[in-house]
Design a protein around this ligand. Structure first.
Ligand code: HEC
Ligand code: HEC
Ligand code: HEC
Ligand code: HEC
Ligand code: HEC
Ligand code: HEC
Ligand code: HEC
Ligand code: HEC
Ligand code: HEC
Ligand code: HEC
Length: 507
């Protein structure tokens, strides 16, 4: 710092003779250069010598390794070329020119992720457990710059499994406003179908909400915080207040009333109707035979409660009704200990058909009741606890197409939150109603009984019960097969910190 009182001119005067300073030789600088040169050249010589196996006979490639390989890839531990481009880096044909070009490349671009990525993809394509496709893309079609594989899956950190993908990797996009805005913008230029990441499965009905106009590009840093304060958004089906699209009539509350008869001595509980799948992850679809028929047996003839309509197919029901005499004949035979006489059966059939006519008035009224009666048409003196003698419309939306009744097929959703990987088995100790609190009171099918985010935060938060709230607890990253191939960006702006530059972890 210049002392006060001196003019610019005086200061300049002081350095006048020194302008050529750096051009002149100085013993210290010469020495420094020589040492550096020797160190570099020595290192180079050592590498070449080592490559040529001068010093050690059984040279191991591990010498160059920056750390042990994860156990997933342990079998390639000795075979660096599985991931590294041997010719470019450390092949036996290492030349000075090659070495220079590698060093230069590393200096400008950091680690050559692109060639490593290529190796990762190539091998994982061939290994069926992963089934990565050639056009395998990382995440979402509107991602502006994909991350290289090795940013998230870090190798050389020692044996054992690879370390879990950290939230910071997700936050490097999801918590960056500029990136998310650019992604939202890019999203508007892409056809909507490329966002259909999860293929439709014919066996499963998935409740998929339409993608919002700006995509799923809200900016947030953590799961547990309130959405208004930079936390994970409320789940879309709660946010949208989306109704359950099912047309099956079902009233949860009614089935917990005190007049509902016990089945095999047990009051109805959630598990009577909701059976977990073999993994215990999700619940299986409701089934008429297993969960309704005991009480809703599709009886129609008050004098013959043992006779049931077949379920599940309007045509079968109509055939059944057209062949009623044969059904009664069958019933007569099954009811009699010994083979009933022909006349007995004939009389029985005639009596029952007359009885039906008395019960319903006409054939048309009878068919109407069977298909369209919403309320159970039980006998006056019947015990009101069994919900028998009802029409299909008791549970279904039934329309008439001319004289043909049409039952709208129930739309029983199997998966409600397809973007997350929920697992009931991990919550076996939590009561159903802690998450599905509305179930016992719900009167309409259209009500969605799914938990909101606050229910999860009660445990999944560093502030409450301290169950993990890392993104990968609930989400994965790789979407199954995609349509758009992305460029992986491996370079980085010069202003970024060195470590970040190496890892390419910035934008
Ligand atoms: C399963 C793949 C895999 C195998 C096998 C592998 N590496 Fe790596 N290596 C990587 C990845 C990925 C990186 C990039 C950064 C990181 O994650 O450390 C890397 C980085 C390196 C680096 C430092 C960065 C550079 O490229 O300049 C060296 C040195 C290295 N590996 C040497 C080796 C040697 C020597 C072997 C064989 C003994 C080997 N590696 C085997 C995946 C592998
Ligand atoms: C030469 C073939 C090969 C190459 C190259 C390779 N992998 Fe793998 N990788 C495998 C195999 C095989 C497994 C399964 C090992 C096991 O069952 O544990 C695996 C496992 C993994 C897993 C763990 C999967 C799990 O079950 O959690 C990850 C992540 C992974 N590889 C990422 C990478 C990345 C990133 C690269 C590039 C740096 C890479 N792989 C390169 C063959 C390869
Ligand atoms: C932004 C981070 C990120 C990037 C980039 C990334 N992955 Fe992954 N990868 C994940 C996460 C998260 C999982 C789920 C594993 C978990 O839950 O621990 C995963 C799982 C895997 C698995 C395990 C098998 C599977 O499908 O579940 C393989 C193999 C894998 N990744 C390979 C790759 C390859 C190859 C690349 C580069 C083309 C890559 N990953 C890039 C985050 C990433
Ligand atoms: C390279 C940037 C980038 C990274 C890294 C990233 N995401 Fe995303 N992610 C996006 C973008 C962009 C979208 C919005 C897609 C849209 O608009 O529909 C998105 C959407 C999502 C969605 C909702 C959409 C869906 O269909 O599932 C989830 C969940 C998600 N990301 C989880 C993760 C997790 C978990 C990680 C970390 C392992 C992660 N993301 C890392 C860019 C990224
Ligand atoms: C008598 C059978 C029965 C019992 C008992 C029952 N459910 Fe259901 N549940 C159904 C049927 C049928 C559906 C499909 C129709 C619908 O969505 O209402 C359903 C749907 C559901 C759904 C998903 C549909 C949505 O809209 O979110 C949840 C969650 C659910 N039930 C929770 C419960 C819980 C919790 C209990 C115990 C308190 C319970 N159920 C008891 C029959 C039953
Ligand atoms: C333990 C016996 C029992 C089981 C099992 C049962 N229900 Fe019911 N259900 C009843 C009774 C009793 C009523 C009341 C009938 C009445 O009011 O006349 C009823 C009423 C209904 C109603 C009319 C509700 C209302 O709002 O009035 C529908 C619809 C219904 N059940 C559908 C089903 C479906 C679908 C299943 C199978 C998933 C089922 N029930 C399982 C006993 C049962
Ligand atoms: C107590 C309620 C109830 C009554 C009454 C009822 N159903 Fe159903 N029905 C169901 C349930 C629950 C399902 C969905 C589960 C299944 O397919 O088992 C269903 C499914 C169906 C399906 C779709 C089957 C498929 O393959 O997906 C048809 C068609 C059907 N019912 C027709 C009828 C007809 C016709 C009647 C009158 C004779 C009738 N149902 C009476 C509850 C009922
Ligand atoms: C405790 C479980 C859980 C954790 C932890 C979690 N999420 Fe989610 N996330 C969900 C569920 C559930 C949904 C709703 C899924 C659906 O509707 O299909 C969701 C939805 C999303 C969406 C779509 C948002 C929208 O606008 O609808 C994105 C993006 C997302 N998560 C990213 C993340 C990221 C990034 C993290 C880590 C900071 C994270 N999630 C942590 C459970 C979780
Ligand atoms: C920790 C919260 C939690 C608890 C406890 C819980 N559920 Fe769920 N349940 C969920 C979530 C989240 C979903 C949505 C999963 C999906 O489909 O993506 C769900 C979905 C369902 C569905 C719809 C079908 C399916 O599997 O997606 C049924 C039925 C259901 N739960 C019943 C139950 C019953 C019965 C219990 C008690 C034995 C129970 N749940 C306990 C959170 C919970
Ligand atoms: C009463 C506490 C509690 C509540 C409420 C709760 N969880 Fe969990 N959750 C847990 C515990 C405990 C684990 C097990 C953690 C482990 O295995 O390390 C877990 C594990 C999970 C997992 C990991 C499953 C796996 O495959 O490993 C997911 C996903 C998850 N929860 C999602 C949710 C969602 C979504 C909600 C809200 C609908 C929720 N949880 C509500 C306690 C809770």
């Amino acid at each position: 710092m210049a002392a006060p009182g001196r003019t610019q001119k005086q200061i300049a005067e002081r350095y006048k003779g020194n302008l050529g300073y750096y051009k002149r030789k100085h013993p210290w600088r010469v020495a420094r250069f020589t040492v550096s040169f020797l160190a570099l050249a020595g290192g180079l010589a050592a590498i070449i010598a080592y490559q040529n196996r001068i010093f050690r006979r059984q040279a191991s490639e591990e010498f160059f390794s920056s750390g042990r390989i994860s156990s997933h890839h342990a079998k390639y531990e000795q075979d660096c070329a599985q991931c590294h481009d041997k010719n470019a880096a450390m092949g036996s044909e290492l030349t000075l020119a090659k070495f220079k070009s590698v060093v230069k490349d590393r200096f400008h671009h950091g680690i050559d992720f692109k060639s490593i990525d290529h190796k990762c993809e190539e091998c994982h394509e061939k290994n069926p457990p992963f089934g990565m496709k050639k056009e395998y893309d990382l995440h979402e079609p509107n991602v502006v710059e994909n991350r290289a594989c090795s940013i998230c899956h870090q190798e050389h950190l020692g044996p054992g499994p690879m370390s879990k993908v950290a939230d910071s990797q997700c936050a490097s996009c999801h918590n960056e406003r500029a990136i998310m805005e650019a992604s939202a913008k890019k999203g508007t230029t892409l056809p909507p179908k490329v966002f259909h990441l999860r293929p439709d499965t014919p066996q499963q009905i998935v409740f998929e909400r339409p993608r919002p106009d700006a995509g799923y590009t809200q900016v947030f840093s953590s799961f547990h915080r309130d959405p208004a304060r930079g936390g994970h958004p409320e789940f879309q089906l709660i946010r949208d207040k989306a109704p359950d699209p099912d047309t099956l009539r079902f009233n949860h509350a009614r089935h917990f009333a005190s007049d509902i008869p016990p089945v095999k001595g047990q009051k109805l509980d959630c598990n009577y109707c909701h059976k977990p799948d073999p993994q215990g992850r999700f619940y299986e679809r409701i089934n008429f035979q297993a969960h309704c028929q005991t009480c809703h047996a599709l009886q129609f003839d008050e004098r013959n409660p043992r006779l049931h309509l077949p379920h599940g197919d309007v045509n079968l029901v109509r055939t059944f009704l057209r062949t009623l005499p044969a059904q009664y004949a069958e019933l007569a035979r099954s009811q009699k200990e010994k083979q009933p006489g022909y006349n007995d059966v004939k009389t029985f059939i005639a009596q029952q058909m007359n009885g039906l006519r008395r019960q319903f008035g006409s054939d048309a009224a009878f068919e109407n009741a069977v298909f369209l009666e919403i309320d159970p048409y039980k006998r006056e003196d019947a015990v009101p606890t069994k919900a028998n003698f009802s029409g299909c419309a008791h549970c279904h939306a039934v329309k008439m197409d001319g004289r043909m009744p049409v039952v709208t097929k129930p739309y029983l959703v199997d998966r409600w939150m397809p973007q997350a990987n929920f697992n009931h088995a991990k919550h076996a100790s939590v009561s159903c109603e802690e998450c599905h609190a509305q179930a016992r009171q719900s009167k309409e099918t259209s009500q969605v009984l799914m938990p909101d985010k606050a229910k999860c935060v009660a445990c999944h938060s560093p502030e409450t019960k301290k169950v993990s709230s890392a993104c990968i607890t609930c989400h994965t990253y790789h979407a199954p097969g995609q349509l758009v191939k992305m460029e992986v960006r491996t370079d980085a702006p010069a202003s970024s910190p060195f470590k970040q530059m190496l890892l390419g972890a910035n934008r």
